[in-house]
Design a protein around this ligand. Sequence first.
Ligand SMILES: [Zn+2]
Length: 345
Amino acid sequence: MSIEFNRYIVVSHFSPPGLGEIEGAQVIEFRRDPLTGRWSRINIERAKRPKQTPSGAMVLKELAERTRDNCPFCPERIETSTPTFTLLPYRRLRRGDCWVFPNLYPFSKHHAVTVFTPHHYKPLDTITPEELKAGINSAIEYLNDIQTIDRSARYPLLAWNNLPPAGASIVHPHFQVLVDERPPGIVSQEIGASEKYAESGGCFWEELLESEEERGERLVKSSHSVSWITSFSPIGNREVLAVFRGRSSLADLTPREVEEFAEGLASVLRYYSESGSESLNMLFYSGPLGDDISGYFYLHARIIARPAPSTLYVNDDGFLEKLCAEPIIDMTPEDLAKVLKRYMK
Ligand SMILES: [Zn+2]
């Protein structure tokens, strides 16, 4: 069974304002995700839309200064302003400048926060691979500790909302790490669809990597343990996928694999920062803890850029994204891969 990259285009005709009767046209490309069947729409003209809100470095600087004095995640307050674990052998897990502690407003039975830098605000291009590596390793240590006290907690989520446009309520950079009894939303869809795909004899993820390596148009970088590609049918803008060949569970990553991922992620962050996006969402889509399903499902992380903070914020999720689950994208994955290759040599 070969992977199908289905797409079609429509053309929207209209007269742009101020040009009289001259007809203009814009091309909209519809793409179907080859695993889940989810559709997205790409119109590269939308990147040129005028934004009626001020944004830029000053807004970020003001946001950082206004929130620093009361930040519970800054080093001078973290030990008095954050909750503590009651079921684990430690109150908080500390590894150097990294801290793991319970989320004060959880949406899972096991829901922790990982603060991976002592700096209250860091532009994305200054976040180091070492900080990212330490944060991910601490989160994995927490996941393994949860497994020893609760075997029903099987599906881990390691996520990052950076800055308010991505859903973060606290400016200070932090990951969130959760363990659920069942895989949520798209994780469940992807694992189910991968299992179904394997019934015809192949591993979707291995075939995806082979296909992208052969085509080259969405491949950014491929190495022994992690391959970086752009998604054929993205969920969000500037979407990048890091796929861990032969691994299904987040907890099984080795320190070397985490290090390699952190180095690649820092390159993606540098690109986002230089293209004006200081905000992002990231999530690891993982198979169950303690169960190897790498025969048909590979662990992967999805990273998307979100708008820069501004004084009058305009969200990039409208009715089509929130109420139809069909995102509108403003850059082709192939163009994104071309740019990213320069950052990830
Ligand atoms: Zn802080």
